[in-house]
Structure formats: structure tokens, C-alpha cells
Design a protein around this ligand. Structure first.
Ligand code: BGC
Length: 369
């Protein structure tokens, strides 16, 4: 008897809470029940951004986060941005939490395709749209859009940059530091630079000292890997194809620890550290990706979807192994010591003041910066 009364009281409270939630969530129907939501009404769903980590590249926290926040807010949607710090189950929980809190769109930077596909499938089952941000999730039908750069082009620019910096040094000994094997971008970067540097190996103009992938783009692991490469090669390395600025900096640190002379090292992301390395002559090039354009394109899609509208952006179809994902790909550009100043003033590019601070000032002056 007693038990029954408690149950029904609890049920009444639950019911009351549910109706309060339904009543004050939005002004009219908030699509809570069906999961489909949308349909062009006045409702604006929330957008959740899931960033991967803060160590594989400084870009995620220092550039992507503020630019996405700004673009989404400007579009009048409520955005929550979380960072999984490299932990796949954390990212999965962040996705679930976001959906529970009313997210209707997820902007996902996956930690690998398997966990990304699980997040996307769960989202889809609840009527939540998924935009792959920067990294394509392979082998799923649950991603609705993909926004990134032409990542093979990124790799080609790295390969061409290395060819220019190494010049005509005979039998140059080249080491390759690839990104994380779990990141589809790392595969695309490699396809790009291999298309440029493999012919040099095949022609016997260059020799490949080593070719190693760096798990999770972990800079610390890259340092150890490159240490071992130097050890094995008796320090005879004449150039490094490093897939991003963090990996490049790891190679530079290892060279400095051994007091070896500067050699051409590539990079990507136009980070403050990467550009300072270029100014100091430790790095030969980086690839600048206008992240503001990437963030704005992704935000525009997310805002339309959050409002239940059909996005109007022009897309190209990219095959992810399961379906053709409507995609927007921005163009990357190379940065060497000769064109560092070209992008000053862009919100996704380091400032001259930051680059030329402290000990770098003298070298900036030499470059006329
Ligand atoms: C991104 C790069 C970044 C790397 C490590 C890649 O997927 O495209 O910009 O440097 O991940 O975070």
C-alpha cells in the first residue's frame, strides 16, 4: 500500500517536471518527443562542438574554439564546445551529454573513425545532425556533412616545400614523420607528400632514412621516435618531412639536443612556434590553413541545420567508404621565410608581435619583419 503511494507520488513529480521542461524549453513545439525536430519552424536547436585534444596541435584550443564560438553565436545559436583531450570514451560521453542537453547539431572532430562512427550513429538515431569538422569519419552513413581543407594538397605543399629547401644536395637522407594512423587526414597528407617525394627516392636522388607514424600525433612520442631515427642513422639526416608543426618541432628539438646543424624540416598549421622556427631558420616551411574560413563554413551549415533549414552552401561529394558526404574543402597555402608577412592580420594567423617577441626579434629584423 505504502509503496504504491510513493510510486505514484514519484510519477506525479516526474510528470510535472516533464511538462515544466516541455513548457519552458522553447516557446512552441520543441521537437523533444519525436527526435526529428526542425521543419523550418521558429525553433533553434543547440550546437555542440566536440574538439579532439589540446596537445596534438595548438590550433584546436587557440584558433578553432574561439572562431567557432564567435561564428555560431553570431548566427544566433547556443553553442557548447568541449574537448575530449584525446580520450575516445570522453568524447562519446560529451556527445551523449550534448544531445541530452538539447543539441540538434554536432560538429565532430573525431579521434578515430570507429569512435566517430559510433557518435554519429547515436546522433542520427536521435535526429541529431552531424558535421565532420576537419577530419572525415570513414565507413558510416550517419555523417551529414564534412568541412575541411584539401588535405592531399596540404601534403603536396609539404613535399614541394621540402624539395625546394633540400635543393640539389646529392643523395639527401630524408626522414618522414607521419601523423596519427587513426586520423584520415594523416593518410591524405601522406598521399600528397608521397606523390612528390617518392619519385625522388625512386630516382635515387634521395634516400629514405626512415618513415614512421606518430600515434595520436603525440609530440613527446615524436621526439623519442626522431631521437631513435638519428641514433640509427648516425645523425645523418638531411631533411625531415614532418606532417605538422608539432612533429616538426619535436624533430628540431632532437637535432638541437645533439647540437646538430639546422636542416630543412616541414610542418603544418602555421602555429606561433612553427613560424618562429621558420624565422629562426630551424624549419623550412609550414602550411597555413585559413581556419577562419573552415570555422565559418562549418558554422553556416550548423546554423541552418539548427534552425531546421536546408543549408544552401555549395558542396562537393566525398566518398567515406559508405556514402558520398556533401563536403566543403578550403584551400591551403605554403608559408616560408619569404611570405610570412603575407597573412598578418588574419584572425587565424599568429601576430607579428607574438612572432617577433623576445629572442626572435633579431631574426625577424634580418627577414625585414
Ligand atoms: C589536422 C591538423 C592537425 C592534426 C593534429 C589533423 O587532423 O588537420 O591541422 O595538426 O590533426 O591535431
Amino acid at each position: 500500500m505504502r509503496r504504491k503511494r510513493i510510486w505514484s507520488a514519484a510519477a506525479a513529480v516526474t510528470l510535472a517536471m516533464a511538462s515544466i521542461a516541455a513548457g519552458c524549453g522553447d516557446d512552441d513545439d520543441n521537437g523533444d518527443s519525436g527526435g526529428g525536430g526542425g521543419g523550418g519552424g521558429g525553433d533553434v536547436g543547440k550546437v555542440a562542438v566536440l574538439l579532439p585534444d589540446s596537445k596534438s596541435s595548438v590550433r584546436w584550443e587557440t584558433v578553432d574554439r574561439p572562431l567557432l564560438q564567435k561564428a555560431l553565436e553570431a548566427g544566433g545559436v547556443e553553442a557548447t564546445i568541449t574537448n575530449a583531450e584525446g580520450d575516445k570514451s570522453t568524447q562519446q560521453q560529451q556527445a551523449e551529454q550534448a544531445i541530452t542537453n538539447g543539441a540538434k547539431v554536432i560538429l565532430l572532430v573525431n579521434l578515430d573513425s570507429g569512435s566517430g562512427a559510433a557518435i554519429a550513429a547515436n546522433a542520427k538515431s536521435q535526429g541529431v545532425k552531424v558535421i565532420d569538422y576537419d577530419r572525415l569519419t570513414l565507413d558510416t552513413d550517419a555523417n551529414d556533412y564534412y568541412v575541411s581543407f584539401d588535405n592531399e594538397e596540404v601534403g603536396r605543399l609539404q613535399g614541394e616545400g621540402l624539395v625546394k629547401c633540400v635543393g640539389d644536395k646529392p643523395d639527401a637522407q630524408i626522414a618522414v614523420l607521419n601523423g596519427s594512423p587513426t586520423d584520415n587526414n594523416a593518410t591524405l597528407f601522406k598521399n600528397g607528400y608521397d606523390s612528390v617525394i617518392n619519385p625522388k627516392f625512386d630516382a635515387g636522388e634521395w634516400s629514405e632514412v626512415d618513415d614512421q607514424s606518430v600515434p595520436d600525433w603525440d609530440n613527446q612520442k615524436a621526439l623519442t621516435i626522431f631521437e631513435q631515427i638519428l641514433q640509427k642513422a648516425g645523425n645523418k639526416v638531411d631533411g625531415v618531412l614532418a606532417a605538422n608543426d608539432g612533429l616538426g618541432n619535436a624533430a628540431i628539438s632532437a637535432l638541437k639536443q645533439r647540437k646538430l646543424p639546422q636542416i630543412p624540416v616541414t610542418g603544418q598549421d602555421a602555429t606561433l612556434e612553427g613560424i618562429q622556427n621558420i624565422v629562426n631558420g630551424d624549419q623550412c616551411m609550414t602550411v597555413y590553413k585559413a581556419i577562419e574560413r573552415e570555422a565559418n563554413a562549418a558554422a553556416e551549415l550548423a546554423i541552418a541545420l539548427a534552425k531546421g533549414e536546408e543549408p544552401t552552401a555549395t558542396t562537393v561529394p566525398i566518398d567515406n567508404g559508405t556514402h558520398k558526404v556533401p563536403s566543403i574543402l578550403e584551400k591551403p597555402v605554403p608559408v616560408t621565410k619569404d611570405n610570412i608577412a603575407e597573412y598578418f592580420g588574419n584572425p587565424d594567423y599568429p601576430t607579428k608581435e607574438d612572432i617577433c617577441a623576445g629572442k626572435v626579434a633579431a631574426n625577424c629584423e634580418k627577414l625585414g619583419l
